[in-house]
Design a protein around this ligand. Structure first.
Ligand code: ADP
Length: 788
């Protein structure tokens, strides 16, 4: 890639130079005017243009008309030449004044239809051909009051019949610091000459249009988008510079609008140059602030501004004098910009290689224009055109690179911020769960210690709040995991009807409390288990039913599972939760699926909740490609439903699958010997008291190493092992046990969610997981399952 860019650069330079060298004019040996006569009688005019340069007759301070007889002998001067370059009778002419030039052209007999291309002169002319006025720029006259300046490039068809042409050219200048003709008129085949001029003007117009539109585009981009100063400067530079394509050189604009005031256009011409340089140096500095020396840039900008001021307040005669020193500043700046580009490339700045290429191209274009100006090469217009296009294209690449880079950086930062936030929330939630474990455990313990009636009430409130807090923390952890994409779906057979019944069973006490009916309807045709993730499916259904009960004051809540379609291996089910509750305003119905959003800010005050439940539910479903729908009418109730297609398992549902809920009675752990390995003294207290109340014999080890010492064959029925401990953690202790060949059941006690540690737990050889804070019934059930 790196080399590729250099190859492009080299190709550009060689490719740029080649046509210039090739295009160098063949010297037209001997075809030059002598003593006011240009003899073309033996020249083939079919395929070449003849410049009308050489010795012309010259009458200083005379404006002769055709037929004017003059007693004075003419002087002979080089044409074209500025007056201040001409020495007449030992004296250099001033820039201001008026004069007449005359040339006789002898044409060949055989010739195509000819035309003359007449460029602008400083600063007005009138051209007579064989006695009749053919072309003019402004109005040359002998006094400044009557004369009018103008610049444009025109062509005129030459008379077909005359073999001899008498050219009379009146020139006057009272306004510019230069006077007289300086560009060479040419004659040649009319069709080709006109075509060439039209083509060159078309190039100018095209380039001006491109630059202007490009400038507007970048300006819009700045104004409505990026607010990047570099883009603003570049857009203004393009717009300002676009004028120069049609307001200088061939002066296309002047040909289109011949009534334009020369005094206005020359100011615009000079202003666009100075402002162009100022804008470009500002632009370049904003792109590579570390490489383009600020002092130099400021100096250049100030010089430009001073010159702008001069252009605005002084007459053209004065400010046009300043162009030479200004060109000096400009060339210095171009060299400086080139140097800055090399620095930028060296320090690997964004897009610097393109900037360097573009500056290289610009240098080349200027070189060609200047060599052309000094008549050393004849630059084909299209080369300059291509150079400009390339320059602006490469600069746009610099900007787009810069923009893409900024965007990417912002996106990376946003991602990083999001990751940090997620990690922070996860860590915090995790840390909160551990002490919460103790609070919930203690509450359970105290409740089992036959408290007084008033104490029991308070303890229930405590337990209720702690459980609420745990649910919130779990939601946050869950949501973060879903956001981070760290959630996997299990694919195991589950009896979805039982799952549903289990959920409504668990929530029935809440419904009873609120005096609303809670019903479950399961499609009878669902006789086989479906393949899915019971944890996530329960979570979704639980959230919906829980909300329905929460937001219903009277009436009923119905959970229904209907089979839309059952085939040999698939079942499409619609799971629907409807209630007769407060309902949701139509405009809030989309909002409530956003995280932390509730339909009404008073909701959290009257019903509690964090606004995470639905966001989680929706995301869990979305991750499986399922859409959660809502139909709701305020005051009447809501229906949440989704349709999911499950693969069918071969296992039949058994009616009593979920009735194996073990009722924990006191002393059911009678005779069970348990080793609790745990470093947190509070946790030890909770576990020990609970287990002993259940009748178990409990011993404690505070880390893995201590546990390994204590464990002897036949001594314990089961080990409850914390995972994170000092000295030796639960994983390592279990691994060591297993290598010793001990098959004793080891149950992991962890504050992490099972899915997070499952793999490590299995590979270390732990038997099962119980999540802290544990529900005593659940813990007892697991112990009983393995201690037998
Ligand atoms: P939470 O219930 O914790 O506030 P959710 O994300 O579960 O958060 O719900 C977001 C909001 O959607 C609720 O605060 C409530 O305004 C509205 N909502 C959810 N379910 C129902 C329902 N069954 N009836 C009326 N409003 C509901």
């Amino acid at each position: 890639m790196k080399h590729f860019r250099w190859i492009i650069l080299a190709a550009l330079i060689i490719g740029g130079c080649l046509p210039v060298c090739l295009a160098k004019d063949e010297p037209l040996m001997g075809i030059t005017a002598r003593k006011g006569i240009l003899d073309l009688r033996s020249v083939n005019l079919n395929d070449q243009f003849i410049p009308l340069s050489g010795e012309w007759q010259f009458y200083w301070h005379r404006l002769l008309k055709p037929g004017d007889t003059t007693s004075a002998w003419p002087d002979y001067v080089a044409f074209p030449a500025l007056w201040n370059k001409i020495k007449l009778h030992g004296q250099t002419l001033p820039a201001e004044g008026y004069a007449t030039y005359s040339l006789t052209i002898l044409l060949p007999n055989k010739r195509p239809q000819l035309a003359l291309l007449m460029p602008d002169v400083y600063c007005s002319y009138r051209l007579f051909l064989n006695g009749s006025l053919q072309l003019s720029n402004g109005r040359p006259d002998t006094t400044v009051e009557r004369a009018v300046p103008f610049w444009s490039t025109e062509t005129v068809t030459l008379p077909a019949t005359a073999d001899t042409l008498h050219l009379l050219l009146q020139v006057a200048n009272f306004w510019h610091s230069k006077g007289g003709p300086y560009k060479t008129p040419v004659i040649g085949k009319r069709t080709t000459l006109n075509l060439n001029l039209q083509r060159d003007k078309a190039f100018d117009l095209l380039l001006a249009g491109c630059l202007f539109m490009g400038g507007l585009f970048f300006f819009g981009f700045y104004a409505f988008g990026s607010r990047d100063k570099a883009i603003l400067y570049f857009s203004l530079f393009c717009i300002v510079y676009s004028y120069r394509m049609i307001g200088t050189s061939l002066y296309v604009l002047h040909s289109i609008f011949p009534d334009l005031s020369w005094f206005a256009t020359i100011r615009i011409e000079y202003l666009t140059l100075t402002l162009g340089v100022a804008l470009f140096s500002r632009y370049f500095h904003s792109v590579y602030p570390k490489d383009a020396n600020r002092i130099i840039v400021n100096l250049v900008v100030w010089i430009c501004l001073v010159y702008v001021f001069l252009i605005l307040v002084t007459p053209p005669r004065i400010f046009t004098k300043g162009i030479m020193p200004f060109l000096g500043v400009m060339f210095f700046y171009i060299g400086f910009a080139f140097y800055s580009c090399i620095r930028a490339v060296k320090y690997k700045r964004v897009g610097a290689v393109f900037a360097l290429m573009s500056c290289g191209v610009m240098l080349l274009v200027f070189l060609i224009i200047n060599l052309h100006y000094f008549q050393l090469v004849s630059a084909e217009k299209w080369i300059v055109f291509a150079g400009y296009v390339l320059f602006f294209f490469l600069q746009s690449l610099v900007l787009s690179h810069r923009f893409a880079f900024t965007l990417k950086k912002a996106a990376d930062e946003a991602q990083q911020g999001l990751r940090t936030k997620t990690e922070f929330l996860s860590t915090m939630s995790h840390e909160i769960r551990t002490p919460l474990n103790v609070v919930i455990g203690m509450a359970h313990l105290l409740l089992r210690n036959t408290p007084r009636k008033d104490q029991e009430k308070n303890l229930n409130v405590l337990l209720f709040s702690a459980n609420n807090l745990l649910a919130i923390v779990n939601d946050i952890l869950d949501y973060n995991k879903i956001e981070a994409g760290k959630i996997n779906f299990e694919m195991i057979p589950m009896d979805i009807g039982s799952v549903a019944q289990h959920i409504t069973g668990g929530l029935s006490s809440k419904a009873v409390e609120k005096k609303i009916t809670l019903n479950t309807e399961i499609d009878d045709r669902l006789t086989r288990k479906v393949i899915g993730d019971p944890t996530r499916t329960s979570q979704v259904i639980y959230n919906l039913v829980h909300n329905a009960i929460k937001f219903t004051e009277q009436g009923s809540v119905l959970l229904s599972i209907q089979a839309e379609k059952i085939t040999e291996d698939k079942a499409t089910l619609t799971i629907q939760v409807s209630d007769t509750g407060i309902g949701i305003e139509p405009e809030k119905q989309q909002l409530i699926f956003e995280r932390f959003t509730q339909a009404d800010s008073s909701t959290s005050r009257s019903y509690g909740g964090t606004g995470l439940g639905l966001a989680i539910t929706k995301r869990i479903l979305e991750l499986q490609g399922i859409v959660l729908h809502l139909r709701s009418e305020p005051g009447k109730g809501s229906v949440f439903y989704f349709t999911q297609t499950f693969a069918l398992s071969n296992e039949q549902v058994s009616p009593d699958e979920f009735i194996n809920k073990i009722t924990v009675s006191e002393k059911q752990l009678q005779g069970v010997s348990i080793l609790v390995v745990e470093d947190n003294p509070f946790n030890i207290m909770v576990a020990q008291s609970l287990l002993e109340r259940g009748g178990a014999v409990v011993e404690v080890a505070t880390n893995g190493a201590e546990a390994l010492e204590k464990i002897q064959p036949g001594k314990y029925h089961l080990v409850l092992m914390d995972l994170n401990m000092p000295v030796m953690d639960g994983f390592e202790a279990t691994r060591k046990l297993r290598t010793r060949g001990v098959t004793l059941p080891v149950i992991a006690l962890t504050a992490s969610l099972p899915a997070e540690v499952e793999k490590d737990v299995q590979s270390a050889g732990l038997t099962d997981i119980v999540v802290k804070p544990f529900n005593p019934d659940e813990l007892f059930r697991v112990i009983l399952k393995y201690a037998k």
